[in-house]
Write a protein that binds this ligand. Structure first.
Ligand SMILES: [Zn+2]
Length: 183
């Protein structure tokens, strides 16, 4: 089990477009496993590769996992883990839903984001097979959030400039404080 460090905003990598995965190599499979470990350890329901500093079109989601105490430590009981390679939204509903979104790259910050309620995503699984997934509700929101990451878009890009600037100021301040503590 490898929990990787998470890229925290503001970091220029979060604004970059990730590259398509040409083939599912053992490195990609290891990356996916480490991304699941990192996501569960960080209490997240989704993670994009860029958030662990890898600019590849790879995301993992599991909106149904839950923590359980076992032998005096907390482990993640997997619910419905899905790894998506080169995911692409091929259809979005007219209906929308609003969700109070957070992001592991924006620790402690949340904001309502309105997105299409249902989407259809085309992707490759870890066997390299072409798959299609119809998602609605929270899974749809989560997938759209992660697919945004691969295009250099973060959830605060969907909110008002005023709210976004407020969150960015707090993050810059937190980063400065952390640097001061380190030195
Ligand atoms: Zn995120």
């Amino acid at each position: 089990m490898t929990v990787l460090p998470i890229v925290i905003s503001p970091d220029p990598r979060l604004k970059q477009r990730s590259e398509a995965v040409a083939s599912i190599t053992p490195d990609i499979i290891a990356l996916v496993e480490n991304m699941f470990d990192t996501m569960y350890a960080s209490n997240g329901i989704g993670l994009a590769a860029v958030q662990v500093g890898v600019l590849k079109r790879v995301i993992v989601v599991d909106i149904e996992w839950h923590p359980r105490e076992r032998h005096e430590r907390t482990i993640a009981i997997r619910g419905n883990p899905i790894a998506l390679i080169n995911p692409e939204i091929v259809h979005s509903s007219e209906d929308e839903r609003s969700h109070d979104e957070g992001c592991l790259s924006f620790p402690g910050h949340y904001s309502e984001v309105i997105r299409p309620d249902s989407i259809t995503v085309r992707y490759q699984n870890l066997q390299g097979e072409e798959c299609t997934l119809d998602a609605t509700g929270l899974l749809s929101t989560c997938l759209q959030h992660e697919i945004d990451h691969m295009n250099g878009i973060v959830f605060v890009d969907h909110i008002s400039r005023l709210k976004r600037e407020f969150i960015m100021r707090k993050l810059i301040k937190a980063q400065k404080n952390a640097t001061n503590l380190d030195s």
